[in-house]
Structures are given as C-alpha cells and as structure tokens.
Design a protein around this ligand. Structure first.
Ligand SMILES: [Zn+2]
Length: 408
C-alpha cells in the first residue's frame, strides 16, 4: 500500500478528508511545515508532535548536498535519520534548482547546477531526482519538473510545460522500476514504537474503530512495512496561462499519478493571479485524488485556497518570518522587534492557546529578539506554526460543519 485518500465532507468547493500514508494519517486540508534539511528550524520533533504536525516537508536539493542521500538512506531514510515516525513529503529539487538562477543549465536530459554551499557542479535528471527521493524515503515524493519563470511568454511557457510532461513520464517510469528500494526498515517497530502507537498505522486504518481500539490498548503495533511503498505525485505547470494549465493538467492525469500538485506559483506574480490560476487548475483535477499547492501562503491565503478545494499546502513563511520577528496573530501581524512592545505585559495573541502565548509576555519576546537570543527563534517559530496549524484545524472543522464561508 502507498496512500489512500478519502473525502469525508464538503462545503462548497472545499473538502475535508483523510490521507492515509505508510507513516500515519493526515487530516486534510493540511498545512505542512517545511523541514528543509531534516529539521523544522528551531523545533525538536517531539514539539512538532505536540503541535499536531502529521506531515512535514523535506527539500531534496538541500539533503542531497548535505548530509547526502547515501547517509540518509543508511539511517533508514528521513524517518529514521530525523526520528520522525509520522508522514514526510519531499520535493523533487526542481524548484530549488530553479531558484539558483545563474548557477543552472537546463537541457532535455536534466539540469546542471552549482552547489550554493561550495560551488561544486551537480546534475539532476528525472531519474536521479527519483533515485535521491527513494533514498530519502519520504511517504510522498514529487516528479521532477521545470518551474517556469515569471514572467514568461506563451511559447516559452508551453515549451517548459512540455518538458515537465516528458520529465513526468521519465520520473514515473524510474519510480515504478525502483520503488521497492525505499529504505524503510525496522524503524517503526523498534525504538519509536511508543510514539508510533498513538498514530494509526496505514494498515489499520481501514476501520477507524479498530484504530481507536488499538490506541486504547496502547500498542501491539509490530507490523513491518513490507509491502508499503512511497507515492509519486505529478506536478501541473503552465505558468500563468490558464489554457496551458488545463492542458498540463489533462496530460499529467493521462500519465497517471495518485495525487497532483500545482507548481510554478509564488514566483513573483500578483496574489490575485495566484488565486486565479489555482482556481482554474483545480477544475481539471480529479476529485478523488489529493490536490497539493506548492509553496503558499499567508494564513489568510491557505484558508482561502482550502475553500477552493486544495487539500495540501506547504510554505516556509511561518518559520522564516518567525526568525525575523514577524508573528501571525488573530489580531493581525505583529513585528515583535518594535519598541512599542518593550513594556507590554500582555500575551502575544490573547486568542492563541500555544504554550508561548500561555506563558510569556510581548515584552519578554521583544527582549529575546532584541538580544538575538536563540530562544527568540524557538518561541517565535513555535507560535507561528501553532497559528498556522490552528488555522487549518478551524478550516477543517468549518468544512465538516458545512460552513463554507465562516473561515474566510
Ligand atoms: Zn501562540
């Protein structure tokens, strides 16, 4: 088994459901925190579990360069290496290589690029990107694509889309031939079985009641992963051209994947355009497969995209902004570095139940940030992630109540 997706409730175009993976269940729509180099910066894995993170994202480009795929593979993949028993998704490296700009060269065969770490030369092809992602061992991996730059004219956008389609076929072919090489071993059955008992395993999720019983009994989760495999998602490109998006969707679906991502957004286009492309592309994606929009957005945007029918999203914004002292709250954005908070005894967000808002004052958070203390990054990240995850929790709740507009 690889994944299974069940839509359980609708509210307008929005849907709430469950995505079952070999490493646990994910309630959708879901926000996936980004753990670029096998860490969500500043957050220990047990804190992520406490926050209710069910899936996180790793970046193939970064992990390939350091510590290297072979190291991660020998540690039973990312799950074993970073001691994370829940689900993981890796990107293909395509977007990261794209953002290197001057340091890359694209041919039919693949992309030659230089490492941002030491300038050394490397090559990614659909095949080698699949090989890397199989070695990293995430539950969901992504086809190797070319992210079309913005702006781009129609001819350029079409050529880029066609290249992504050819690469999608090559990605799938390599994946199908090599997916049995995923390095999942004894990880779930050994040192982490205590945590794992709280997570309904894929094989036990056919009946929720049974999963619940197993949880109450507190264990017995000794099944092996034999027979479980990764899932490869396809990526829709086509720039900002809605006709090309439609064609890309139809032809990617023809190749056939268990889930589809909308890529090539958040590349500098206006936000209204992002929304328009998402809405138009979603129309052409199958309703019974998970739909993933890559690299978005603000708390308002992820709620909005969920209302359009998106099931999965990821973004570095909550974690990156936190490290720059920018905090998302129920009362709007707070730049904690501002001197107006120097003697502010109130909580960061009076409506937030996270342990930062329960315990510390704005004055203290401001002091930690101004003093460049490590704890500032930890607490700021914890709150921002908490706020994003709570936003999606509210969205899921609203969808299940059938209240389409309440979360916007
Ligand atoms: Zn908080």
């Amino acid at each position: 088994m690889s994944i299974e997706f069940q839509v359980e409730a609708h509210a307008g175009a929005a849907r709430a459901g469950r995505l079952l993976t070999p490493h646990g269940e994910i309630e959708t729509p879901v926000f996936m925190p980004v753990g670029t180099v096998a860490t969500v910066k500043g957050m220990p894995q047990d804190v992520l579990e406490e926050l209710g993170v069910q899936i996180l994202l790793g970046n193939t480009y970064h992990l390939y360069l350091r510590p290297g795929v072979e190291t991660v593979r020998k540690m039973e993949g990312l799950h074993g290496f970073m001691a994370w028993p829940r689900a993981i998704l890796t990107d293909s490296g395509g977007f990261q290589v794209f953002s290197l700009n001057e340091l890359r060269k694209v041919t039919e065969e693949g992309v030659t690029f230089r490492s941002h770490l030491d300038g050394s030369s490397h090559f990614f092809s659909p095949e080698s990107a699949m090989q890397a992602q199989i070695g990293l061992g995430a539950d969901i991996i992504m086809a190797f694509d070319e992210c079309t730059e913005y702006p781009a004219d129609r001819a350029r956008t079409q050529a880029s889309m066609e290249l992504t389609l050819r690469w999608a076929e090559r990605s799938k072919k390599y994946f199908e031939e090599h997916k049995h090489e995923v390095p999942w071993g004894s990880f779930q059955r050994s040192a982490f079985s205590a945590q794992q008992t709280k997570i309904p395993r894929f094989a036990r999720n056919d009946k929720l009641g049974k999963a619940r019983n197993d949880e109450e009994e507190g264990g017995g989760n000794d099944e092996s992963n034999e027979g479980h495999t990764q899932s490869l998602f396809g990526i829709i490109q086509g720039g900002m051209d809605l006709e090309l998006r439609k064609e890309s969707a139809e032809r990617t679906i023809e190749i056939g994947f268990p889930g589809y991502a909308i890529g090539g957004l958040s590349v500098g286009e206006p936000r209204e355009r992002t929304r328009e492309v998402i809405e138009a592309t979603l129309e052409h994606l199958p309703a019974d497969k998970p739909r993933y929009v890559m690299g978005v957005g603000t708390p308002e945007e992820i709620a909005e995209y969920a209302s359009l029918g998106v099931d999965m999203m990821d973004c570095v914004l909550p974690t990156r902004a936190a490290r720059h002292g920018l905090l998302f709250t129920s009362e709007g954005k707070v730049s904690i570095k501002q001197s107006r908070y120097t003697q502010d005894a109130g909580p960061l967000d009076p409506n937030c139940g996270c342990r930062v808002c329960q315990r510390y004052s704005r004055a203290y958070l401001r002091h930690l940030y101004a003093s460049n203390e490590v704890l500032a990054q930890v607490l700021n990240t914890l709150h921002n992630l908490s706020f994003y995850l709570d936003t999606m929790r509210r969205v899921r709740h609203s969808i299940r109540l059938g209240e389409e507009s309440r979360f916007l």
